[in-house]
Write a protein that binds this ligand. Structure first.
Ligand code: NAD
Length: 290
């Protein structure tokens, strides 16, 4: 039976290391690292994410600035708030919780955030930095997946990796990160012919689709490392994009849902906020210690 990758425990250790580095930051800078989170409207899932982000931020010794705007807020008012946060020296990271209501153009919002405060890594400048190997902000979910992969497998060089999903926030940056680790990367998506045979050759499978249990255990190469990003609410509860029970009997290691990738996303958000604060204050940045 496969190893269950304990993302919850890994994320707790990462948050503790971040908290340890916040102490000398506060002493040197005379302030705490600050993360501003903007929530528009009352989507219950988004409200839960924003609450847990705020809680984790404060628990790491950082300052959380939370801004709630009504669902019918105009785009200009949201952009004006982002301008204020861009100019606020106490704010190191800005995150606008997605999805946004229909009257607001998501792209206009993402591109308004100062790329050097863009701790979600969604600004095209940060996507370009990631693609070309320049320091910037890497989207939190794929970075969390990479940390788990390296923890389980060590050096990823030369491994065959399949990323299922090509979104800008998970699939594409995940593929970029794996290329950076010298994997041979295949990106599969909704038009892929014969997903099963693509998955069958992979040492690493990252599933970021949003279809409950799409990836079957019998598709997997024996011993593969499987990272399940999917969060699907079904009648039987939360399930991932991977058939967990089937994967457990074939794979070498599998992330559970919940308790796998999810907790890593928030921990990596705090990591990006601390890195931003250190860069902005001109303090030494030791990414590898995090
Ligand atoms: P998305 O809807 O933007 O993208 C889904 C991708 O899946 C698309 O690129 C599409 O081409 C591909 N796809 C759809 N059907 C397919 C099929 N039958 N076969 C192969 N590929 C198919 O989604 P996203 O934002 O990338 O998120 C993906 C999943 O990850 C969702 O379940 C989401 O809830 C979850 N998610 C989890 C976290 C976390 O913190 N754990 C963070 C972000 C997203």
């Amino acid at each position: 039976s496969a190893q269950i990758i304990d993302g919850k425990a890994f994320a707790a250790r990462l948050r503790a290391r971040i908290g340890e580095q916040v102490v000398p930051f506060r002493a040197a800078a005379g302030r705490a690292p600050g993360l501003a989170v903007v929530l528009v409207g009352e989507d219950p899932a988004s409200a839960v994410y924003v609450r847990s982000k705020g809680k984790a931020t404060r628990a790491a010794g950082m300052e959380s600035f939370e801004h709630r705007l009504p669902a019918d807020v105009g785009q200009d008012a949201l952009l004006a708030l982002i301008d204020t946060l861009n100019a606020d020296p106490a704010v190191d990271g800005i995150l606008v919780q997605l999805p946004l209501p229909a009257q607001i153009d998501e792209r206009a919002v993402t591109t308004r955030i100062d790329p050097d405060k863009d701790v979600d890594g969604f600004h095209p400048v940060n996507a370009g930095r990631l693609a070309t190997g320049i320091d910037g902000f890497v989207p939190c979910t794929p970075y969390g997946c990479l940390m788990l992969l390296k923890d389980v497998l060590g050096d990823l060089s030369g491994l065959d990796a399949v990323v299922i999903g090509r979104s800008n926030i998970v699939g594409k940056p995940m593929a970029q990160l794996l290329i950076g680790e010298s994997c041979t990367v295949t990106v599969a998506h909704s038009r892929t012919r014969d997903l099963a045979s693509v998955v069958a050759r992979a040492d690493i499978v990252v599933a970021a689709v949003g279809r409950p249990e799409l990836v079957r255990g019998e598709w997997l190469k024996p011993g593969a490392c499987v990272i399940d990003v999917g969060i699907n609410r079904t009648e039987t509860g939360l399930v991932g994009d991977v058939d967990f029970a089937g994967a457990m009997s074939v794979a070498g290691a599998v992330t559970p849902v919940p308790g796998g990738v999810g907790p890593m996303t928030i921990a990596c958000l705090l990591r990006n906020t601390l890195l931003s604060a250190q860069r902005r204050e001109g303090l030494p940045v030791d990414e590898r210690a995090l």
